[in-house]
Design a protein around this ligand. Sequence first.
Ligand SMILES: Nc1ncnc2c1ncn2[C@@H]1O[C@H](COP(=O)(O)OP(=O)(O)OP(=O)(O)O)[C@@H](O)[C@H]1O
Ligand SMILES: [Mg+2]
Length: 331
Amino acid sequence: MEETKTKDIILSVKDLSTSFFLREGEVKAVDGVSFSVRKGECLALVGESGSGKTVTALSMLRLVVWPPGKIKSGEVILDGVSVFDLPMKNMKDVRGKGMAMILQEPMSSLNPSQTIGQQIQEAVEINQGLKGEEAKKKAIEMLGIVRIPSPEKRYYNYPHELSGGMKQRIMIAIALSCRPKVLIADEPTCSLDVTIQAQILRLMQQLRKEIDTTILFITSDLGIVAEMADRVAIMYAGQLIEICDVFTLFENSAHPYTKGIMGSITAMKEGGRLNIISGDPPDLMALPSGCKFHPRCEYCQEICKTEEPGYTDLSGTGDHWVRCHFPLNKK
Ligand SMILES: Nc1ncnc2c1ncn2[C@@H]1O[C@H](COP(=O)(O)OP(=O)(O)OP(=O)(O)O)[C@@H](O)[C@H]1O
Ligand SMILES: [Mg+2]
């Protein structure tokens, strides 16, 4: 799968495969995933639980730990640099300044024994080359940017003194302090209640406009996709099965799985959650032959059971790719 608009591309992932080798067998968590992120855009990586979203992001940062995890193949090019070819000791420059990740579980990512101010300041010192009072001033400024009230006082708070929503803002402040080329947000609001979720999303949107960040937004919430993303990449069973812009996703998606999770308007009405599709979720240790989605697909035909579909460029311009023998879109 080649995307045609190569000139604005800041990050490209090519044919990435990552597995976990367990006693029971190989878990193919990520299986031949390719996508690109353009400068300044927000690309949403969407899929049901266990589809391989987090492992894709961790692989890009080379944070998959052996044993049992292993990147089997692939290439990650960040702003012209081949990340997998770098010596491991250079990865500290990629993590943070290159790609900064806001983790799925923010509560466990902050250091409980250090003030939040110190933790932001550390990111500022490492990534922006500031020291002492200057770095502290910048850390306080970052607290203000993520709308923490009374930043001068809050600088001295420990994580346990903050609410969940505030802690998530601190995580965003730390990630932004790295001035990353790409910000990876892995379901950054899933552990928060709905009102705080909305506040954090609004904040991220404002920051996007103010700071012009490129974002890879991992989520299984279609409401968030509609609000945040320019384009979307849909994952199923460790594979990327459709990639298109958000308008096309809602109006003219082509993969039966995508159509299924969209569930017309209901998904949006019910808090943006993915529609549940009948049939069992895939067992990554015993994947079906042919198209991975065929056992759950209402349009399944003989070829789908035996032959894995390649990618089809539906737009003719490289903007809408689908991995299906019988794409459903209207064109
Ligand atoms: N350390 C690990 N050891 C074994 N299997 C793992 C490990 N980490 C992830 N997996 C498996 O890899 C698959 C993909 O996991 P991943 O965390 O990427 O899913 P996800 O799409 O992020 O799901 P969620 O929406 O629940 O966060 C899952 O089947 C998971 O069980
Ligand atoms: Mg995840």
